[in-house]
Write a protein that binds this ligand. Structure first.
Ligand code: PEP
Ligand code: MG
Length: 766
């Protein structure tokens, strides 16, 4: 049973279009269950009707023509109830409605199950049989399992399908757009044309694209084919003396696979039909690989590997050729399966407006870079059929972690307006650069920045940063191929400290683990966010911790602006152990003759719920506290901060988060220790008002958000902020809190800082 399920899902997954996917579903499910009919009805989001989309056993002429209201007939009943309906004689059920022309009169037994993806009913899967009998429990269980597994595949195919159907003239499309969600990797909005970066020579990741120069594509293909043939001949010649005749024959097989009259002819035909060479090659090779993989004979099955290898070689040549010729539009949105930092260099900076990575998280290399460069970015867009997007116009909303495909004219206009507003706003905010951050009644709240790269320094200072609240030391570690030595670290840290001196720079000790893996220090765990991360790793490896703290202290000589911060502290013993090591470094360096000055302040990050409740005890032991609201929210709500599937549950304004933040602020105050916050929440203008009211002494954020937060805080009275806080702390829902902050900002003329859901602003989007 499991094998059968897996097999069907795999085949549906490999389908080229939604139509093909549905056809496979109805044929295979009917065979697997031994029924006479299997049909799929899909909900049309525009009309909310259930459209008859595929069948095996009923009248195929009605496909696409016949539809039911969302609550009409038995199919409607399944969709509205969102549960299976299993009947031995459908026509006796009060909801039964005979659909004319579909040919279901002879069939009595009916089993329908809803197809649900992320709480939304996509459609209904139905099997029918002439015999009057109730489908048994195992039939029902099979169909429910099948439908649950297929829902994701259908949702994906629908996005792909809507792109193919509607993307013909994107800007003129009267329909709504298709949206795909991910995780916001870097804030901001952008409109641009997609350039897909394929991983080097991966036949399965080649974007679909039409060509307007078939001759040139054909020429490139022929050259690439000839180049691989020459390579094969050269290898054969090199190995000639070492191989027997039988083995040498293998190379003849390779050459025949690459022959102009076989695969070569098929690829050429697709190019002549308008496909670009890489797409034509990938389509033909995948077809042949699949064919070989399905062969009975194991020897022939193994030839699939050879075919794939040859196809990949031809593709490499084509890619090199295409790279040399590539022309970028003025506004490029770079899209890839897994974008890497080096891929950013492919597009001239002035043309690059946005980034989308299908895999990866907010902590990925590329997202860190994007934030430093101020490029709106979407990460983890797992449902994005990116290979079909080459050249298409898309909208990235890095605030809400959404990409809009096939955008309607109205949506495009709305976003263009927003981009203009943002540009005008940042011009306006430039004048705030040199003024202090204080509330309208003079309460000072210095704004710090979060950094990781040297590239962050200039932009941070340019935006008026008063210090660094979080220097993520793991970022330079991620760029290396081994742990940097103490001296290498010293030089790096010195650059940061010098660039900001005399402003404070808070250096966090290495925070790896979770989703931040060093390529040269892999950590394999079933549950990495609850595993070996942050301080837990470095306490187990004191040699790494000691080298790092020594490097920081040595870098601080003569400057005196270093603060040291410890991540992921979850109990007092860990803290004590770390403090002892810091003290040991200090004493040893003094003994070695370094002129260290005073011991740098040491602080703790509060990012584990346990630390919230022990904040006073922690504060007693250290010089400052700093809340890591990204992790704190993830752990309080048990929602993975990098999982797009649960992103709608990651509520930065969750009442529990607000309560926790308040406890930490009060604990710090009670112990007379300054409290800061360095998670993303600090960069949210509305939240910054609440944080000021709670008594946070400094806020640390990405430099892009800094001017907005300054503007917000300078526009409010601290007493008003405190009243707002009193209102908010008794609210039970995140949405209420978000609404109250929005209203507060709007009343003070700052509606542009209200994080509206842009979907609301433009009406429903299908
Ligand atoms: C946090 O968790 O809020 C934080 C600032 O640290 P990081 O995002 O690097 O985990
Ligand atoms: Mg953290």
């Amino acid at each position: 049973m499991l094998e059968m399920l897996r097999n069907i899902v795999q085949r549906v997954n490999a389908a080229e279009s939604l139509e093909e996917a549905l056809k496979i579903i109805v044929t295979r499910v009917r065979d697997a269950m031994g029924t006479q009919v299997c049909s799929v009805y899909l909900r049309d989001p525009a009309t909310n009707r259930l459209v008859f989309r595929a069948t095996e056993g009923l009248n195929k002429n009605q496909i696409g023509l016949l539809s039911l209201a969302h609550n009409e007939g038995l199919v409607g009943l399944v969709a509205t109830r969102e549960e299976p309906v299993n009947l031995d004689n459908a026509s006796e059920h009060p909801h039964f409605q005979l659909l004319s022309g579909i040919g279901e009169e002879p069939f009595h037994a009916f089993l329908g199950v809803p197809i649900i993806h992320h709480k939304i009913v996509l459609g209904v899967l139905v099997v029918q049989q002439a015999q009057r009998r109730r489908f048994d429990e195992s039939d029902e269980a099979f169909l429910v399992t099948m439908s649950a597994q297929l829902a994701g595949v259908i949702a994906h195919a629908q996005v792909t399908g809507s792109i193919q159907e509607e993307y013909t003239d994107a800007t003129a499309s009267p329909q709504g757009s298709t949206r795909v969600t991910g995780i916001g990797g870097s804030p901001g909005v952008a409109v641009g044309q997609v350039a897909v970066v394929s991983p080097v020579a991966d036949l399965y990741a080649v974007p679909k694209k039409q060509t307007n120069d078939r001759r040139a594509e054909l020429r490139s293909f022929k050259q690439a084919l000839e180049a691989v043939r020459n390579d094969v001949r050269a290898v054969a010649a090199n190995l000639a003396d070492q191989l027997n005749a039988e083995d040498r024959a293998l190379f003849d097989v390779y050459l025949s696979i690459l022959d102009d009259s076989t695969i070569g002819a098929e690829v050429a035909a697709l190019i002549k039909a308008g496909n670009w060479a890489q797409g034509a090659l990938s389509q033909v090779m995948i077809e042949h690989i699949r064919h070989f993989e399905q062969m009975e004979h194991s020897y022939l099955r193994e030839r699939a590997v050879d075919v794939k290898d040859l196809g990949t070689r031809v593709l490499s040549y084509l890619q090199v050729d295409a790279h040399d010729k590539r022309d970028y539009s003025d506004r490029v949105v770079l899209v890839g399966e897994e974008l890497t930092a080096s891929m950013l260099g492919e597009v001239p900076r002035e043309n690059l407006v946005g980034l989308i990575s299908v895999r990866g998280s907010g902590n990925s290399h590329v997202a860190i870079l994007a934030r430093a460069m101020g490029i709106p970015t979407l990460m983890g867009a797992v449902d994005l059929p990116y290979t079909r997007l080459e050249g298409k116009t898309v909208i990235i909303d890095g605030y809400n972690g959404v990409v809009h495909l096939n955008p309607s004219t109205m949506l495009l206009e709305r976003f263009e307006e927003l981009i203009e507003q943002e540009a005008a706003l940042s011009k306006d905010l430039e004048s705030l650069r040199d003024v202090d951050c204080e509330t309208a009644d003079g309460h000072r709240i210095p704004l710090f920045v979060n950094t990781g790269l040297m590239a962050d320094v200039a932009i941070s200072l340019d935006r008026g940063a008063e210090g660094v609240g979080l220097y993520r030391t793991e970022v330079p570690f991620l760029m290396q191929e081994r742990f940097p030595s103490e001296e290498e670290q010293r030089q790096l840290y010195r650059q940061q400290l010098e660039a900001f001196a005399p402003k404070a720079v808070t250096m966090r000790t290495l925070d790896i683990g979770g989703d931040k893996a060093l390529p040269y220090f892999p950590i394999e765990e079933a549950n990495p966010f609850l595993g070996w991360r942050g301080l837990r790793v470095t306490l187990d490896h004191p040699e790494i911790f000691l080298a790092q703290v020594r490097a920081m202290m040595k870098a601080n000589v003569g400057l005196g602006n270093l603060r040291i911060m410890l991540p992921m502290v979850s109990n007092m013993s860990e803290l004590q152990e770390a403090l002892d090591l810091v003290e040991r470094c200090y004493q040893e360096l003094l003994q070695e003759g370094h002129e260290l000055g005073e011991r740098p302040p040491v602080g703790v990050m509060v990012e584990v719920p346990a630390a919230v409740y022990q904040a006073r005890a922690l504060a007693r032991k250290v010089d400052f506290l700093s809340v890591g609201s990204n992790d704190l929210t993830q752990y309080l709500l048990a929602v993975d901060r990098n999982n797009a599937r649960v992103a709608d549950l990651y509520h930065a304004y969750h009442p529990a988060v607000i309560q926790a933040l308040r406890i930490v602020a009060e604990s710090g105050k009670a112990e007379g220790k300054p409290v800061s916050i360095c998670g993303e929440l600090a960069g949210d203008p509305g939240a910054s008002v609440l944080l000021a009211a709670m008594g946070y002494d400094t806020l640390s954020m990405n430099s892009i958000s800094l001017p907005k937060v300054k503007k917000a805080l300078r526009s409010v009275l601290l007493d008003d902020a405190r009243n707002l806080l009193e209102e908010v702390v008794v609210m039970d829902h995140s949405e209420q809190i978000q609404g109250a902050l929005g209203a507060f900002l709007s009343e003070r003329g700052m509606q542009q800082f209200v994080p509206v859901s842009l979907d609301e602003a433009v009406g429903p989007i299908s």
